[in-house]
Design a protein around this ligand. Structure first.
Ligand code: PEP
Ligand code: MG
Length: 596
């Protein structure tokens, strides 16, 4: 008798549909434990040699893997391997391992395990989710090193996968993911992981459908069990019946056709069917991201998160270093607009050399413009000087984060005028007329927008924080994700006010939060009157397709009805209906189940 179909709700991390039999990877590749072994004093040198041989071997294999994948990955993704190399070359870690071998007579394997475990524990306790995820990188690298002690004892992951299968595992490390042979792996489902992990980033760039949050019972399935993973809606279906299989086969075909057709549309304008043009910009963090942005047809840098270069470095970059970075960024965009957001450190983004004191509620503390004006004006002035100097190399716009008052803008403008005088006296080249924009990402700034708009050249709505502060939910707290509702009428009201103020003051307004990259909200934002949508470069093609399928009149009607709704559920329902009407061929594919 046929087994009964079972549907599980999971979290999508990479879009696409995979249908097939499973291959369980039993976690043998994540080495969690090693034998506690001690050596005699006479073996110290040979144990040290063994350690260094294996270390060199591992470094070489990471370099080989990076080379092998270099054409498949954009620079930000290839960085995963640089991170791994950095860990392998970390002198503090190497010294710790050598010390454990020499003074505590621990075997090389045991010493590696113990020294790195200390790092893992420290990283896991950090509140910044980005740094916390680096614990997985250390574990991943450690497994690679330890595996190399037993190089010839078992088959590699690539050898284990003999036919086309869906990989299931408790966890996949980034390098295991990168090693998955794309021609054999249809997709993967894992128990542990998150949408922001490197594993998820890799899955998306390898165009491999994937989900996390897989129930552990799936690991016990007979390998010949058929399953479906739906990386759009976040579903895992075991023993699909005939009707489900047919429906999903069709969905998989459509997804393939859809993604290939998108590749041909990067050159097209983001123009609605009734002739309204929307500017599509990219949110980027590094100079190298410009390549991907241009490839995807990005027309501007709508948000350069400048703090990332501060977070990466131990000490804040110098004025000249920043000048070089901004100058290269502007030059590489060939005269197209580049919006650089000034330092937004604080909240969950911390850097010890800039920000030393602990706060009980960091998201409500000295973050963004507050930190720059109150505690770190020297760093802020250095950044503004670098920006003014770089401004002569292109169309630079400076954007201020975390505003809650008019006074903050007045103060920044005063500082800019002072810096211009300074630069002039120093006979340095700088731009005399630089555009200043306000990020509207706190309820206070949205409610004060009529006073803010006359003071600036543009507005940009940071929905990530606007939702966080309006709904009173910590954006990194899993327990309140269900309240993360960009389509909540309270948020729409604030966006609506902001757009109106921009119109009345003849300035443009963009949305640069995550909401801009979700196709479900594209009609809503257009209908509310937003001029620019800025998003991660990977989302540009889908949003362009939605815009090109839509009429502004439909979007405006949706927005006016949405503003009358009492809950985000109603707004989402109407938005889904409109997408089903305007892009019926792909509506099922692009409506991700991100708000439950
Ligand atoms: C936002 O808050 O929407 C935004 C774009 O900024 P960040 O996510 O960097 O806080
Ligand atoms: Mg923000």
């Amino acid at each position: 008798m046929a087994q009964q179909e079972k549907v599980f709700q999971v979290t999508p991390i990479s879009p696409g549909i995979a249908i097939g039999k499973t291959l369980r990877i039993g976690g043998s590749h994540i080495i969690d434990r090693v034998e506690e072994r001690y050596i005699s004093e006479g073996d110290i040198q040979s144990e040290l040699d063994k350690f260094h041989t294996v270390l060199d071997l591992t470094k070489q294999s990471v370099r080989d893997l990076k080379d092998k994948l270099k054409d498949k990955l954009v620079s930000s993704e290839a960085e995963i391997f640089d991170t791994h190399l950095m860990i392998l070359e970390d002198m503090a870690l190497i010294n710790d391992i050598e010390r454990l071998i020499k003074s505590q007579l621990k075997s090389a394997e045991f010493a590696i395990y113990e020294a790195s475990e200390h790092y893992v524990k420290v990283l896991e306790e950090i509140s910044d989710p980005y740094l916390r995820e680096r614990a997985a990188d250390v574990r991943d690298v450690r497994s690679r090193v330890l595996e190399n002690f037993h190089q010839n004892e078992g088959n590699s992951l690539e050898e284990k996968i003999v036919d086309r299968r869906i990989v299931i595992a408790d966890e996949l490390t980034p390098s295991e993911t990168a090693h998955l042979p794309a021609e054999k792996v249809l997709g993967f489902a894992v128990n542990i992981g998150s949408p922001t992990s490197h594993t998820a980033i890799l899955a998306r760039s390898m165009r491999m459908p994937a989900v996390v949050g897989m129930p552990p019972e799936i690991m016990a399935l007979d390998p010949d069990t058929e399953i479906i993973i739906d990386g759009f809606a976040g579903r895992l279906i075991v023993n699909p019946d005939k009707r489900t299989l047919e429906a999903y086969s069709l969905k998989a075909r459509e997804a393939n056709e859809f993604y290939s057709s998108l590749l041909e549309e990067a050159e097209l304008l983001a123009e609605t069917r009734d002739g309204f043009l929307v500017q599509l910009g990219g949110n980027i963090e590094k100079l190298e991201d410009v390549t991907e942005l241009k490839k995807a047809g990005g027309e501007a840098v709508g948000l350069f998160r400048s703090e990332i270069s501060f977070l990466a470095a131990g000490e804040p970059p110098t004025e000249d270093e920043q000048f070089e970075l901004y100058k290269n960024l502007l030059s590489s965009m060939d005269g197209k607009m580049v919006v650089v957001r000034t330092l937004d450190i604080g909240g969950d983004k911390l850097n010890d050399s800039v920000f030393r004191h602990q706060e009980q509620n960091p998201f409500l503390g000295l973050r963004g413009i507050r930190l720059c004006l109150k505690a770190k004006q020297d760093i802020f002035r250095t950044q503004l000087r670098a920006l003014l100097r770089a401004g002569v190399y292109g169309d630079l716009k400076i954007m201020l984060p975390m505003l809650t008052s008019v006074r903050e803008i007045v103060e920044v403008k005063k500082i800019i005028e002072e810096l211009k005088v300074e630069l002039k006296n120093e006979k340095l080249d700088f731009t005399g007329k630089v555009s200043i924009g306000a990020m509207i990402e706190t309820p206070a700034s949205a409610l004060l927008v009529d006073h803010i708009a006359p003071l600036v050249d543009f507005l940009s709505i940071g929905t990530n924080d606007l939702v966080q502060y309006t709904m009173a939910i910590d954006r990194s707290n899993d327990l309140v994700t269900y309240l993360y509702q960009p389509a909540n009428p309270a948020i729409l009201e604030l966006i609506g006010r902001t757009v109106l103020a921009a119109k009345e003051n003849n300035i443009w307004v963009s949305v640069c939060g995550q909401m801009a990259s979700d196709p479900l909200y594209t009609p809503l934002l257009l209908g509310l009157g937003v001029n620019e949508l800025s998003m991660d470069p990977a989302s540009l093609s889908i949003i362009r397709r939605v815009i090109r399928s839509l009429k502004m009149s439909e979007a405006e009607y949706l927005a006016s009805e949405a503003l009358k709704c009492k809950s985000s559920v109603d707004v989402r329902k109407m938005s889904v209906e409109l997408l089903r009407k305007t892009v019926p061929e792909i509506a099922d594919l692009i409506i991700m189940q991100n708000e439950r």
